[in-house]
Ligand binder design. Structure first.
Ligand code: MG
Length: 315
Protein backbone atom coordinates (compact mmCIF):
# COMPACT_ATOMS: atom_id res chain seq x y z
CA UNK A 1 0.00 0.00 0.00
CA UNK A 2 1.12 3.55 -0.69
CA UNK A 3 1.21 6.05 2.17
CA UNK A 4 -2.13 7.69 1.39
CA UNK A 5 -3.85 4.37 0.77
CA UNK A 6 -2.63 3.18 4.15
CA UNK A 7 -3.82 6.37 5.87
CA UNK A 8 -7.22 5.91 4.25
CA UNK A 9 -7.28 2.29 5.41
CA UNK A 10 -6.39 3.27 8.98
CA UNK A 11 -9.03 6.01 9.10
CA UNK A 12 -11.64 3.60 7.84
CA UNK A 13 -10.58 0.84 10.24
CA UNK A 14 -10.74 3.07 13.29
CA UNK A 15 -13.56 5.46 12.38
CA UNK A 16 -16.24 3.75 14.42
CA UNK A 17 -14.60 4.52 17.73
CA UNK A 18 -13.45 8.10 17.23
CA UNK A 19 -16.63 9.87 18.20
CA UNK A 20 -15.72 10.29 21.88
CA UNK A 21 -16.94 13.48 23.48
CA UNK A 22 -13.49 14.43 24.86
CA UNK A 23 -12.09 14.35 21.34
CA UNK A 24 -13.02 17.73 19.89
CA UNK A 25 -10.97 17.24 16.69
CA UNK A 26 -10.48 13.56 15.76
CA UNK A 27 -8.04 11.83 13.40
CA UNK A 28 -7.74 13.49 9.99
CA UNK A 29 -6.85 17.12 10.77
CA UNK A 30 -3.36 18.57 11.29
CA UNK A 31 -3.73 18.00 15.03
CA UNK A 32 -6.13 16.23 17.33
CA UNK A 33 -7.76 18.24 20.11
CA UNK A 34 -8.73 16.79 23.48
CA UNK A 35 -10.94 18.39 26.12
CA UNK A 36 -10.11 17.09 29.62
CA UNK A 37 -13.03 15.96 31.80
CA UNK A 38 -13.68 18.44 34.62
CA UNK A 39 -11.05 18.44 37.35
CA UNK A 40 -8.80 16.01 35.47
CA UNK A 41 -5.25 16.33 34.23
CA UNK A 42 -3.98 14.60 31.10
CA UNK A 43 -1.42 11.83 31.62
CA UNK A 44 0.61 10.77 28.57
CA UNK A 45 3.14 8.07 27.81
CA UNK A 46 4.99 6.94 24.69
CA UNK A 47 6.75 3.70 23.90
CA UNK A 48 8.60 2.28 20.91
CA UNK A 49 8.72 -1.23 19.54
CA UNK A 50 11.62 -1.67 17.13
CA UNK A 51 11.84 -4.95 15.18
CA UNK A 52 14.91 -6.89 16.31
CA UNK A 53 15.29 -4.83 19.48
CA UNK A 54 11.93 -5.04 21.30
CA UNK A 55 10.20 -7.80 19.39
CA UNK A 56 10.74 -10.28 16.60
CA UNK A 57 8.21 -11.49 14.07
CA UNK A 58 9.89 -14.90 14.55
CA UNK A 59 8.23 -14.97 17.99
CA UNK A 60 5.01 -12.96 17.59
CA UNK A 61 2.24 -12.78 15.00
CA UNK A 62 1.37 -9.35 13.51
CA UNK A 63 -1.82 -9.26 15.58
CA UNK A 64 0.17 -9.95 18.77
CA UNK A 65 2.63 -7.17 17.86
CA UNK A 66 -0.22 -4.68 17.45
CA UNK A 67 -1.74 -5.65 20.76
CA UNK A 68 1.66 -5.52 22.48
CA UNK A 69 2.24 -1.94 21.28
CA UNK A 70 -0.98 -0.85 22.94
CA UNK A 71 -0.65 -2.93 26.09
CA UNK A 72 2.87 -1.87 27.09
CA UNK A 73 1.61 1.72 27.04
CA UNK A 74 -1.58 0.81 28.91
CA UNK A 75 0.67 -0.73 31.56
CA UNK A 76 2.39 2.65 31.98
CA UNK A 77 -1.00 4.34 32.35
CA UNK A 78 -1.95 1.69 34.93
CA UNK A 79 1.13 2.55 36.98
CA UNK A 80 -0.13 6.16 37.28
CA UNK A 81 -3.71 5.11 38.09
CA UNK A 82 -4.99 6.68 34.86
CA UNK A 83 -8.71 6.61 34.11
CA UNK A 84 -10.38 6.01 30.72
CA UNK A 85 -11.33 7.03 28.09
CA UNK A 86 -7.83 6.66 26.65
CA UNK A 87 -6.48 8.17 23.40
CA UNK A 88 -3.70 6.81 21.18
CA UNK A 89 -1.37 8.26 18.54
CA UNK A 90 0.26 5.68 16.33
CA UNK A 91 3.45 6.01 14.25
CA UNK A 92 4.57 3.34 11.79
CA UNK A 93 8.06 3.29 10.29
CA UNK A 94 7.88 0.76 7.47
CA UNK A 95 10.60 -0.79 5.26
CA UNK A 96 9.72 -0.73 1.56
CA UNK A 97 9.54 -4.55 1.34
CA UNK A 98 7.21 -4.97 4.35
CA UNK A 99 4.04 -6.88 3.53
CA UNK A 100 0.56 -5.36 3.56
CA UNK A 101 -0.75 -8.46 5.32
CA UNK A 102 1.60 -7.83 8.27
CA UNK A 103 0.54 -4.17 8.54
CA UNK A 104 -3.13 -5.11 8.37
CA UNK A 105 -2.58 -7.82 10.99
CA UNK A 106 -0.88 -5.34 13.31
CA UNK A 107 -3.72 -2.84 12.84
CA UNK A 108 -6.27 -5.58 13.54
CA UNK A 109 -4.47 -6.25 16.84
CA UNK A 110 -4.39 -2.56 17.75
CA UNK A 111 -8.07 -2.24 16.91
CA UNK A 112 -9.04 -5.31 18.94
CA UNK A 113 -7.39 -3.96 22.07
CA UNK A 114 -8.61 -0.39 21.47
CA UNK A 115 -12.09 -1.82 21.81
CA UNK A 116 -11.22 -3.91 24.81
CA UNK A 117 -9.60 -1.08 26.80
CA UNK A 118 -11.68 1.94 25.70
CA UNK A 119 -8.92 3.49 23.57
CA UNK A 120 -9.65 5.84 20.66
CA UNK A 121 -7.08 6.34 17.90
CA UNK A 122 -6.68 10.13 17.77
CA UNK A 123 -3.90 10.52 15.20
CA UNK A 124 -0.52 9.34 13.98
CA UNK A 125 2.06 9.31 11.24
CA UNK A 126 3.62 6.98 8.66
CA UNK A 127 7.19 7.05 7.44
CA UNK A 128 9.69 4.85 5.61
CA UNK A 129 12.53 3.18 7.53
CA UNK A 130 15.27 0.56 7.29
CA UNK A 131 13.68 -1.54 10.05
CA UNK A 132 10.07 -1.87 11.08
CA UNK A 133 9.07 0.27 14.09
CA UNK A 134 5.87 1.13 15.90
CA UNK A 135 5.73 4.11 18.23
CA UNK A 136 2.58 4.61 20.21
CA UNK A 137 1.63 7.47 22.49
CA UNK A 138 -1.26 7.04 24.88
CA UNK A 139 -3.18 9.46 27.06
CA UNK A 140 -5.60 9.07 29.92
CA UNK A 141 -6.84 11.14 32.84
CA UNK A 142 -5.84 11.53 36.47
CA UNK A 143 -7.14 13.48 39.41
CA UNK A 144 -4.04 15.55 40.22
CA UNK A 145 -4.19 14.85 43.94
CA UNK A 146 -4.74 11.12 43.51
CA UNK A 147 -2.33 10.10 40.77
CA UNK A 148 0.44 7.58 41.46
CA UNK A 149 4.09 8.42 40.85
CA UNK A 150 7.47 6.78 41.56
CA UNK A 151 8.59 9.30 44.11
CA UNK A 152 6.64 8.92 47.36
CA UNK A 153 8.10 5.75 48.95
CA UNK A 154 9.21 6.22 52.57
CA UNK A 155 11.37 3.98 54.82
CA UNK A 156 9.11 1.47 56.55
CA UNK A 157 6.65 1.23 53.63
CA UNK A 158 5.76 -2.29 52.54
CA UNK A 159 6.59 -3.32 48.95
CA UNK A 160 4.01 -5.25 46.90
CA UNK A 161 3.80 -6.68 43.41
CA UNK A 162 0.77 -7.83 41.43
CA UNK A 163 0.46 -11.25 39.75
CA UNK A 164 3.55 -13.33 39.02
CA UNK A 165 6.89 -12.56 37.41
CA UNK A 166 8.91 -14.65 34.98
CA UNK A 167 6.46 -15.92 32.33
CA UNK A 168 8.09 -13.73 29.67
CA UNK A 169 11.59 -14.83 30.58
CA UNK A 170 10.47 -18.46 30.37
CA UNK A 171 9.01 -17.98 26.88
CA UNK A 172 12.18 -16.18 25.79
CA UNK A 173 14.47 -18.91 27.21
CA UNK A 174 12.49 -21.58 25.36
CA UNK A 175 12.68 -19.72 22.04
CA UNK A 176 16.38 -19.23 22.57
CA UNK A 177 16.88 -22.95 23.23
CA UNK A 178 15.21 -23.68 19.88
CA UNK A 179 11.96 -24.93 21.44
CA UNK A 180 8.51 -23.71 20.56
CA UNK A 181 6.92 -22.53 23.84
CA UNK A 182 3.26 -23.27 24.60
CA UNK A 183 1.05 -20.79 22.70
CA UNK A 184 -0.48 -19.54 25.98
CA UNK A 185 3.00 -18.76 27.28
CA UNK A 186 3.91 -16.80 24.13
CA UNK A 187 0.58 -14.99 24.43
CA UNK A 188 1.38 -14.06 28.01
CA UNK A 189 4.72 -12.56 26.89
CA UNK A 190 3.31 -10.87 23.78
CA UNK A 191 0.06 -9.64 25.28
CA UNK A 192 0.36 -9.04 29.03
CA UNK A 193 -2.78 -7.89 30.82
CA UNK A 194 -2.24 -4.26 31.87
CA UNK A 195 -3.19 -3.89 35.53
CA UNK A 196 -5.47 -0.89 35.00
CA UNK A 197 -8.07 -1.91 37.59
CA UNK A 198 -5.51 -2.29 40.36
CA UNK A 199 -3.76 0.98 39.44
CA UNK A 200 -7.07 2.84 39.54
CA UNK A 201 -8.03 1.21 42.86
CA UNK A 202 -4.69 2.22 44.42
CA UNK A 203 -4.98 5.79 43.11
CA UNK A 204 -8.65 6.33 43.96
CA UNK A 205 -8.09 5.14 47.54
CA UNK A 206 -4.71 6.85 47.87
CA UNK A 207 -3.14 3.58 48.98
CA UNK A 208 0.23 3.57 47.24
CA UNK A 209 3.04 5.95 48.16
CA UNK A 210 4.84 5.04 44.91
CA UNK A 211 4.07 2.84 41.91
CA UNK A 212 5.76 1.65 38.70
CA UNK A 213 5.04 -1.04 36.12
CA UNK A 214 7.61 -3.81 35.75
CA UNK A 215 8.87 -3.49 32.19
CA UNK A 216 12.64 -3.51 32.74
CA UNK A 217 12.72 -6.17 35.48
CA UNK A 218 11.69 -6.19 39.13
CA UNK A 219 15.14 -5.20 40.48
CA UNK A 220 15.70 -2.37 38.03
CA UNK A 221 12.17 -0.98 38.35
CA UNK A 222 12.35 -1.07 42.15
CA UNK A 223 15.64 0.77 41.69
CA UNK A 224 13.70 3.49 39.81
CA UNK A 225 11.24 3.85 42.69
CA UNK A 226 13.89 4.16 45.40
CA UNK A 227 15.96 6.56 43.32
CA UNK A 228 12.95 8.82 42.66
CA UNK A 229 11.91 8.53 46.32
CA UNK A 230 15.44 9.05 47.67
CA UNK A 231 15.14 5.85 49.71
CA UNK A 232 16.39 2.24 49.70
CA UNK A 233 14.79 -1.20 49.72
CA UNK A 234 15.22 -4.78 50.84
CA UNK A 235 13.63 -7.63 48.91
CA UNK A 236 13.16 -11.20 50.07
CA UNK A 237 13.89 -13.71 47.30
CA UNK A 238 11.64 -16.45 48.66
CA UNK A 239 8.68 -14.06 48.70
CA UNK A 240 8.90 -13.15 45.01
CA UNK A 241 5.80 -14.57 43.24
CA UNK A 242 7.73 -16.42 40.57
CA UNK A 243 5.75 -17.97 37.73
CA UNK A 244 5.36 -21.64 38.89
CA UNK A 245 6.82 -23.32 35.80
CA UNK A 246 9.86 -21.08 35.99
CA UNK A 247 10.28 -21.64 39.73
CA UNK A 248 10.73 -25.37 39.09
CA UNK A 249 13.80 -24.54 36.98
CA UNK A 250 15.59 -22.79 39.86
CA UNK A 251 15.83 -19.44 38.04
CA UNK A 252 18.82 -17.14 38.45
CA UNK A 253 18.40 -13.47 39.48
CA UNK A 254 19.15 -12.60 35.82
CA UNK A 255 16.13 -14.63 34.71
CA UNK A 256 13.86 -13.09 37.36
CA UNK A 257 15.05 -9.60 36.47
CA UNK A 258 14.52 -10.07 32.72
CA UNK A 259 11.46 -7.78 32.65
CA UNK A 260 8.41 -7.58 30.38
CA UNK A 261 6.25 -8.74 33.30
CA UNK A 262 4.01 -5.66 33.18
CA UNK A 263 2.90 -6.18 36.76
CA UNK A 264 2.59 -3.22 39.13
CA UNK A 265 5.24 -2.76 41.81
CA UNK A 266 4.12 -0.40 44.57
CA UNK A 267 4.75 0.72 48.13
CA UNK A 268 2.20 1.14 50.91
CA UNK A 269 2.57 2.86 54.26
CA UNK A 270 1.94 0.60 57.32
CA UNK A 271 -1.23 2.50 58.26
CA UNK A 272 -2.89 1.64 54.93
CA UNK A 273 -2.14 -2.10 54.88
CA UNK A 274 -5.62 -3.11 56.04
CA UNK A 275 -7.24 -1.24 53.17
CA UNK A 276 -5.48 -3.49 50.65
CA UNK A 277 -7.79 -6.38 51.52
CA UNK A 278 -9.82 -6.29 48.27
CA UNK A 279 -6.56 -6.92 46.41
CA UNK A 280 -5.23 -9.67 48.66
CA UNK A 281 -5.47 -12.48 46.09
CA UNK A 282 -3.82 -10.48 43.33
CA UNK A 283 -0.82 -9.02 45.18
CA UNK A 284 2.19 -10.30 47.14
CA UNK A 285 4.29 -8.48 49.70
CA UNK A 286 7.95 -8.87 48.73
CA UNK A 287 9.96 -6.46 50.87
CA UNK A 288 10.32 -3.15 52.70
CA UNK A 289 11.47 0.33 51.89
CA UNK A 290 14.66 1.28 53.76
CA UNK A 291 16.79 4.42 53.98
CA UNK A 292 19.28 3.57 51.23
CA UNK A 293 20.66 0.86 48.93
CA UNK A 294 18.90 -2.03 47.23
CA UNK A 295 19.44 -5.38 48.92
CA UNK A 296 18.02 -8.76 47.95
CA UNK A 297 18.14 -11.52 50.60
CA UNK A 298 17.96 -15.28 50.11
CA UNK A 299 15.94 -17.48 52.48
CA UNK A 300 18.99 -18.04 54.71
CA UNK A 301 19.63 -14.32 55.01
CA UNK A 302 22.52 -14.13 52.57
CA UNK A 303 22.67 -11.24 50.18
CA UNK A 304 22.04 -11.96 46.47
CA UNK A 305 23.75 -9.68 43.97
CA UNK A 306 21.00 -8.12 41.86
CA UNK A 307 22.82 -5.09 40.49
CA UNK A 308 23.05 -4.50 36.75
CA UNK A 309 20.20 -6.88 36.05
CA UNK A 310 17.35 -5.96 33.73
CA UNK A 311 16.67 -4.53 30.33
CA UNK A 312 18.83 -1.67 29.14
CA UNK A 313 17.46 0.24 26.17
CA UNK A 314 20.90 1.33 24.99
CA UNK A 315 22.90 -1.85 25.65
MG1 MG B 1 6.79 2.12 33.02
Amino acid sequence: MKEFELIKYIRKTFQENNRKKNLLVPIGDDCSVLVPPKGMAQVTTIDSLVEGNHFSSKYFTPREIGRKALRVNLSDLASMGALPPYYAWLVFAIPSNYSDTSIMGILAGVKEDCKRYDVTLAGGNITGSAEFQIHLALSGWVKPRKMLTRSGARPGDHIFITGTIGASTLAYQQFKAGKRPYPWLVKRWANPEPKLGIGIFLAENKLATACIDVSDGVFQDLGHIIKASNAGAELFWEKLPIFPRLKKLNPTPQMIGFGEDYELLFTVSPRNLKKLKPLSLQITEIGRVTKHGLKVYSSNGEEINATNIGFSHLA
